[in-house]
Design a protein. Structure first.
Length: 384
């Protein structure tokens, strides 16, 4: 639906009911991906496309039927027909499944706010129930504010929290995907299949210091879906040949590059130089930015000296508290590759509000994390 957010927002603002046809599953060489949508309003106006033309007419008629009859959401599948290649179907040989639902803007008032933000290019995700209890199919829950808040409800507080946590992970990764949640008492009792529509740029990983650890970390960051930048003030080391997994290699003073870099709440900053002339101006700037993670490499002695210099540079205590140093989790890492796993493990744990403890020591469900204000403290978990 996010591909036609502008028009849908206008229809919601006008309280105009419409039928929304969403591609919820594809296979083979179907022309458009899941999440692509076509909508028809009560005046017969249509917007969007779900197949590049192959089955638009049939889906348009289905939308009109759903609007006129006020039916519950309807599924329809379209695929290639050997008997008649030009019959309603995908002559390209693929198959797609479409969910058609009637949306009354007054029934899902949060949707107008979501579509307005989508029209403005704000990063967000919308979880749409595509399979589950009939009363919930077609319902949506939106994760906004870079993942800090959600809007809408799927029936219960625990279900909403469970879904929101799963959706945040996809928002951080910038991915649209189908996910399954629930089916057990610990998360939500009803099993739901969700299509999560995501509008988000690829998250950034900024690595400062063109060292061997940076080569391994850039590979790990690339694997996790980050857009990776390696920056170093020394041109002889900051070369694309040394960092083939980085999307960008920059030869510039780190703090100067960061001042002009585009960052957001999903950005992670890893400082691997452990050289005061680079670290102090860089961290002074980084710790004041609204980014998701700031970590710095070095021994505990280096860390203490670094904190002292940062205090002298006027960095407030609340900013210093954000610094993850020494960087990474205690995995007993020695090699550059092991250190990269240690660092990315801490980033994942911090981003997903994980404890960093072995799952064998953490009670409760593995997925579907409880709200932060209800979660036990790590010290309580260690005592289990």
């Amino acid at each position: 639906m996010l591909n036609i957010a502008d028009t849908l927002y206008r229809w919601c603002r006008e309280a105009r009911p419409f039928a929304l046809a969403t591609v919820i599953e594809v296979s083979g060489s179907a022309p458009l991906p899941p999440g692509t949508a076509l909508a028809v309003d009560t005046d017969g106006n249509a917007v969007g496309s779900i197949s590049g033309g192959c089955v638009e007419g049939a889906v348009y008629e289905l939308c009109e039927q759903v609007l006129e009859s006020d039916e519950t959401p309807v599924r329809a599948s379209f695929g290639y027909s050997d008997d008649d290649a030009f019959a309603v179907g995908l002559t390209c040989g693929g198959e797609l499944t479409v969910l058609v639902q009637r949306i009354d803007p007054t029934d899902q008032p949060h949707l107008a706010n979501t579509l307005e933000q989508a029209s403005d290019g704000v990063p967000l995700s919308v979880a749409q129930v595509v399979d589950g209890p009939p009363r919930l199919v077609g319902r949506t829950l939106s994760v906004l504010g870079g993942g800090s808040a959600y809007d809408g409800t799927l029936g219960s507080r625990r279900t909403d929290h469970t879904v929101a946590d799963r959706v945040r992970a996809l928002l951080r990764a910038g991915r649209t995907a189908r996910v399954e949640v629930g089916g057990d008492a610990d998360t939500c009792p009803e099993k739901l299949t969700l299509l999560v529509h995501t509008q988000a740029p690829q998250p950034r990983m900024l690595i400062f210091g063109a060292v061997d650890f940076a080569a391994a970390l850039s590979q790990a960051g690339h694997f996790l879906g980050y857009r990776v930048t390696v920056c170093d003030a020394r041109p002889v080391f900051a070369t694309a040949e040394r960092f083939p997994h980085a999307d960008e290699v920059v030869a510039d003073w780190p703090h100067r590059y960061l001042e002009s870099a585009e960052v957001d709440a999903r950005t992670v900053i890893c400082v691997l130089t452990h050289d005061a002339k680079f670290d102090i101006p860089l961290l002074r700037s980084a710790l004041g930015l609204p980014v998701g993670y700031v970590g710095a490499m070095g021994s505990r002695r280096t860390h203490e000296h670094r904190l002292e210099r940062l205090r002298e540079a006027g960095v407030p205590a609340e900013h210093l508290a954000r610094l993850r140093s020494p960087i990474g989790l205690d995995l007993g890492a020695h090699t550059a590759e092991e250190t990269a796993i240690s660092i990315t493990a801490e980033i994942i744990a911090h981003t997903n509000r994980g404890t960093g403890l072995p799952l064998s020591r953490v009670p409760g469900p593995i997925h579907g994390r409880v709200p932060a204000d209800e979660a036990p403290a790590p010290s309580e978990l260690l005592a289990v």
